[in-house]
Design a protein around this ligand. Structure first.
Ligand code: 16G
Length: 245
């Protein structure tokens, strides 16, 4: 890395000069996508600056989304993601969406179990008093890249044992003849808060798409109430429009 001579090059705070050199190294490909950044101590030595200066420069690049910190393993150059195009007219599952694109889908659990429903869940899911709701919260990955956080509430009648769910929710519902056939989806813009940004490996305040999906059985009964947060830098939702009256 071309980090020597920072002290004498131009004016301005040292950390900004270091930041600029690192940014140039990333943009020119000297530091490739996915590459690990040398340890803070080594960078400080090469550049002949303090570790505080290194930390400030790296913090800045993390905030700008060029670098990402992974707990316990170091700091890496972010891989740019080709955006996922998701048609808005088909009621598909995340697992199917990924498979169609040749990506491997995987989930990490954020929450799963049976709970006493909130008033909203009772109303939206049309739950009888005294019945339980299954909640499943998942961080969803495509090819090891976190893409979305999804939190679903389903009547326990359709998902009596949420802890045994390992793969696709829709596949599990299908087994119970309860795969939704229709859904209303609302998409709104949001900026990511600290915890969500951390899970999705994007900078705080990064753009996100907040999606609420209410899915129905053919009978008109609601099966699923899901709130999701998709990465704004990774998803395009596309709809085909026809001429109205
Ligand atoms: C999609 C749905 C989500 C549904 C999930 C099931 C959106 C915004 N959300 O991600 O509501 O619960 O698929 O996926 O599209 P699975 O069958 O792979 O678990």
């Amino acid at each position: 890395l071309p980090l020597d001579g920072l002290q004498s090059a131009g004016s301005g705070p040292l950390y900004l000069k270091l930041r600029q050199s690192l940014e140039e190294a990333i943009l020119s490909g000297k530091l490739g996508h996915g590459d690990a950044l040398p340890a803070e101590r080594d960078l400080a030595d090469y550049a002949n600056v303090s570790r505080v200066t290194v930390r400030k420069a790296v913090d800045d690049l993390v905030k700008d989304g060029l670098l990402t910190r992974k707990h316990g393993s170091g700091t890496f150059v972010v891989k740019p993601l080709s955006r996922v195009e998701q048609p808005l007219t088909k009621l598909t599952s995340f697992t199917e969406d990924m498979a169609r694109r040749g990506l491997i889908s995987r989930s990490e659990w954020l929450e799963r179990g049976l709970f006493h429903p909130s008033p909203e869940e009772m109303m939206m899911l049309g739950l009888a008093p005294g019945t339980m709701v299954a909640r499943i919260g998942r961080l969803r990955f495509g090819n090891d890249m976190p893409l979305a956080i999804e939190r679903a509430s389903i009547s326990a009648e359709f998902l009596p044992d949420p802890t045994s769910l390992t793969g696709s929710l829709y596949a599990e519902l299908e087994k119970k003849d309860a795969r939704p056939v229709r859904a209303i989806q609302r998409i709104s813009a949001t900026n990511m808060k600290k915890t969500d940004a951390g899970l999705l490996e994007v900078p705080i305040d990064a753009a996100g798409l907040s999606i609420e999906r209410v899915s129905y059985l053919a009978s008109g009964r609601v099966v699923e109430l899901t709130r999701s947060l998709y990465r704004g830098d990774a998803y395009d939702f596309v709809a085909e429009l026809s001429l109205g009256e």
